[in-house]
Design a protein around this ligand. Structure first.
Ligand code: PAF
Length: 261
């Protein structure tokens, strides 16, 4: 496995890859969710490239950025065991050599839900994702459905900018309790982890968005939003100082296809 930090080196390696390339962008602190994306990329491509970069531009609070766990050694071990070919882990200077004056923004759905509560977040995400896609030039790039709004925005950007890349959406990986796996779960106590599992069960219930929100409040969560959109029910909640997001489909795929046809 090649661990690469410089753009010149990445381009040289990329130039020698003959075949399809699957790309998994990450911010490190890898868990089973990331592993599942890498396994899928491994299965569907000749080569797999993973990026590890904690992108300061997509964090709203500097404390959240600073607290984000950096676990490079464990991450490399996991990626090696998954058969990843190249890990690109550039510095802030490499990715933003001239600051942050050129940005990629979407002006419609990036403003709602996550966008409303995290201004600038999606501009940070789209800007870094476009930089990575341009550098890695993958055949396919893999994103988890847990960050559903991010996935939709990346798909939209790739279509609008005519990038010849397939964006592959991958199902959310969950604990047995139903809790969506996330790097942020590590900040929860065992007690909070148990409680956090309520989020997915309430999202999957037949209750209205408003009733789910009220029940979350009653259970000690501070919800930012619970909304049904894009054939899914999505939510963001705080549990003490930890922000959790999750979403579940509201209809089965066949029903959705029938409704769209
Ligand atoms: O989903 C993430 O981990 C990040 O938003 C991404 C896509 C790696 C961009 O920094």
């Amino acid at each position: 496995m090649n661990i690469v930090t410089e753009i010149g080196h990445l381009r040289e390696i990329r130039g020698n890859l003959r075949g399809t390339v699957g790309f998994v962008p990450t911010m490190g602190n890898l868990h089973e969710g990331h592993a599942s994306l890498c396994r899928r990329a491994r299965k569907e491509n000749d080569f797999v490239v993973v990026s590890i970069f904690v992108n300061s531009k997509q964090f709203n609070q500097s404390s959240d950025f600073e607290q984000y766990q950096r676990t490079s050694e464990e991450d490399y071990k996991l990626l090696e065991s998954l058969g990843v070919d190249v890990v690109f882990c550039p510095s802030e200077e490499v990715m933003y050599p001239n600051g942050y004056e050129v940005q990629v923004s979407e002006t419609n759905l990036s403003r709602e839900l996550e966008g409303e509560f995290r201004p600038g977040h999606f501009t940070g995400v789209l800007t870094i994702v476009l930089k990575f896609l341009n550098l890695v030039q993958p055949t396919r790039a893999y994103f988890g459905e847990k960050d559903f709004q991010q996935l939709m925005l990346v798909k939209k950007m790739v279509a609008e900018l005519f990038l010849p890349i397939e964006i592959v959406s991958c199902p959310t990986i969950r604990e047995e309790s139903g809790l969506a796996i996330s790097s942020r779960n590590m900040r929860l106590t065992a007690e909070q982890c148990k409680k956090a599992a309520l989020l997915s069960s309430l999202l999957g219930s037949d209750s209205s968005d408003e009733a789910v929100k009220l029940e979350l409040e009653r259970q000690g969560f501070s919800p930012e939003y619970v909304a049904t959109k894009w054939w899914r029910r999505l939510a963001a909640v705080w549990l003490d100082k930890v922000r959790l997001i999750d979403n579940l489909p509201t209809v089965k795929k066949d029903e959705k296809n029938a409704a769209l046809s």
